[in-house]
Design a protein around this ligand. Structure first.
Ligand code: MG
Length: 289
């Protein structure tokens, strides 16, 4: 099932999406995170027929996560190589160090999140190296600490698409992956959450276009560290809670991987599609920060 957060009549609500009919059925709940914490997902009253998706404005499925979004760096081999080769990777200084031995984890602040259709603000005068990263997002339902790989699947509520937007110059200059990934609007998420039973997250096609040019084309089966490993690693010392989000890393084909780099410009449109999860579309705003 697919659950979205949307605005209708000036009110923020959560609903069940029926892509076949193009309708959304509102639920009587207090926000998406309230649903994620429940053992059973509520069902809407389908008698009323719901609302046409064209009548509502979709927001990010979790418009304001309760804490930072967990992210994974260099989790596809070909991307790890292209990134280290670019010279922007402060975590490795030679090709031999490109592939990490353990998961590299960093975070983005919750205020970065925007929904599909919203604009990524171009950081004019602040960064000249705006980049895109198509990623599979994992949403936690049942939290916990010390979660072993064998129990990790029970903790996954569902999935969504994330664009881990990055200011490469800030990532390189400050020698860490927080500042340049946490600018306002740098975490497009959506268009909705898909429950874990609907997809096989270990085998999903993930593709990203910039202005209709295919830039990234990979499969989530190529993750270096799979989802159970990521959950086991993060929860070893940090308790996970319902509503936590893990962006699992991006494949080859980001702008900095080209020679010369092909960064985003105002007016560009980034479109990311993952099998079964929908399409996340965001234009780079002409208005600057
Ligand atoms: Mg990333």
């Amino acid at each position: 099932m697919k659950y979205a957060t949307f605005e209708h009549g000036g009110r923020e609500r959560v609903g069940l999406v029926d892509t076949a009919s193009g309708r959304i059925h509102p639920l009587d709940v207090d926000g998406m995170i309230a649903i994620l914490a429940r053992p059973r997902v509520p069902m809407p009253d389908l008698q009323g027929g719901g609302l046409d998706l064209t009548e509502v404005r979709l927001l990010a499925p979790i418009p304001r996560p309760h804490r930072n979004i967990f992210c994974v760096g260099k989790n596809y081999r070909e991307h790890a190589r292209e990134f280290t080769k670019s010279g922007f990777d402060s975590s490795a200084h030679s090709a031999g160090e490109a592939i990490p031995d353990v998961p590299i984890i960093f975070t983005k602040v919750p205020e970065t999140v925007i929904g599909s259709g919203e604009e990524i603000l171009y950081p004019a005068g602040i960064s000249g190296a705006l980049d895109y990263e198509a990623e599979l997002g994992v949403v936690i339902g049942k939290g916990g600490c010390h979660i072993p790989r064998s129990a990790a699947a029970d903790c996954v509520w569902g999935y969504t698409i994330i664009n881990d937007v990055t200011a490469r110059d800030w990532q390189a200059r400050h020698k860490q992956w927080f500042l340049g990934k946490s600018f306002d609007t740098f975490c497009p998420m959506g268009p909705w959450l898909v429950t874990a039973d609907e997809v096989d997250a270990s085998n999903l096609s993930i593709r990203c276009w910039v202005n209709d040019e295919l830039r990234q084309d990979a499969n989530t089966g190529d993750l270096i560290f799979d989802i159970p490993t990521l959950i086991e690693t993060i929860s070893s010392g940090i308790t996970l809670y319902a509503g936590d989000v893990i962006a699992t890393g991006t494949p080859k084909g980001v702008g900095v991987g080209f020679d010369p780099p092909r960064y985003l410009r105002p007016g560009d449109c980034v479109r990311i599609e993952i099998d079964g999860l929908g399409i996340l579309v965001n234009r780079v705003g002409l208005n600057s920060h």
